[in-house]
Write a protein that binds this ligand. Structure first.
Ligand SMILES: NC(=O)c1ccc[n+]([C@@H]2O[C@H](COP(=O)([O-])OP(=O)(O)OC[C@H]3O[C@@H](n4cnc5c(N)ncnc54)[C@H](OP(=O)(O)O)[C@@H]3O)[C@@H](O)[C@H]2O)c1
Length: 296
């Protein structure tokens, strides 16, 4: 059993990291920022941009392992507010990495497929050179760098388009937004030219916790194994949840431009994590089926 602190435990992935750790028998505590979780037991308020608060949180919870899931995750907001994006995603990560180093705590940093430019045409492996396209991606890559600069024992886990039921704060993710829109009879236009590796949060959380406690270090891709366009994901969601697929129409990035540039194909190879854990990652269809049976 290890003492584990999840920073960003009220976020989508953070809540499942806490759950996965508890199920594995670890002693879990967490932090939240502005959205106060429903259960504040074993939870501390923490803004990672404040180094003093970071030091205090580590001092109070005395973890052996810290997972940094907190980030400014809205890609377009990062483009509009670059100073804030760097303050949270780079300097916040630096504060956490520096205080983990000072307290001799192993750190896991959650990162993104967006560190790649998506122009390769195939799946990206961990050893390939990042080339981030926008502020979110650049600031997350800096977060990776400060994590690994602090200690080679630390871990970077990259995920991609995280989905699952969110029991904290009501924030939607891509899959729950599609479900909600289709249930209301609203049409959705989904990009047919943006390919990603959809990541089911409960499964990714288990994989990340398993890798971390078994002593993995360095960079791992911990997304799902598929490479699907956002349009294809939407169709699978409609089929799994018996919703009207006719409400989904494909659109290209040039037809409906976004504020921040997105990589056209940032799919990740998960071979290394599968080899380390000795089992395959669950795919999108399996994740959606689990999500349907876990419907709150
Ligand atoms: N979501 C995706 O599709 C996706 C894809 C690739 C990678 N990732 C990465 O995966 C990780 C988890 O993402 P997620 O989907 O769980 O995101 P999320 O639901 O948006 O959660 C992020 C959490 O970070 C917290 N946070 C923001 N600023 C903070 C600050 N200054 N100090 C402390 N906490 C702060 C937020 O709290 P408040 O809301 O209260 O501020 C929120 O609870 C992130 O590192 C993200 O970059 C996500």
């Amino acid at each position: 059993m290890q003492r584990v602190l999840v920073v960003g435990a009220a976020g989508l992935l953070g809540q499942y990291l806490t759950k996965a750790g508890k199920e594995m028998g670890h002693n879990m505590s967490g932090t939240y920022n502005s959205v106060v979780p429903t259960d504040t037991n074993e939870m501390l308020q923490l803004d990672i941009t404040d180094r003093g608060q970071v030091a205090e949180a580590i001092e109070r919870s005395r973890p052996e392992l810290l997972v940094l899931s907190a980030a400014m995750t809205n890609v377009d907001q990062c483009e509009r507010e670059p100073a804030k994006a760097y303050a949270v995603n780079m300097e916040g990560a630096f504060n956490v990495a520096a205080e983990c180093k000072a307290a001799d705590v192993k750190m896991v940093y959650i990162s993104t497929d967006f560190v790649f430019n998506g122009l390769k045409g195939g799946r990206y492996y961990e050893f390939e050179n990042p080339d981030p396209l926008g502020i979110y991606a650049q600031s997350k890559l800096e977060g990776e760098r400060v994590t690994m600069d602090a200690s080679r024992s630390n871990v970077v886990c990259r995920v991609s388009v995280v989905d699952g039921w969110n029991s904290e704060g009501g924030k939607k993710n891509f899959v729950t937004w599609v479900i909600d829109s289709l249930q209301k009879g609203q049409g959705v236009r989904l990009y047919s030219d943006q390919y990603v590796s959809p990541t089911y949060a409960p499964e990714a959380a288990k994989v990340i916790m398993e890798l971390a406690v078994k002593g993995a270090h360095g960079t791992y891709h911990t997304s799902g194994p598929d490479c699907l366009s956002r349009f294809e994901i939407g169709v699978r969601v409609a089929e799994t949840f018996s919703l009207d697929r006719g409400l989904i129409s494909p659109v290209t990035t040039s037809e409906m431009p976004l504020m921040a540039a997105r990589p056209p194909r940032s799919c990740l190879s998960v071979d290394q994590a599968e080899a380390e854990l000795g089992r395959p990652m669950i795919n999108m269809s399996q994740g959606l089926t689990m999500m349907r049976s876990d419907k709150p």
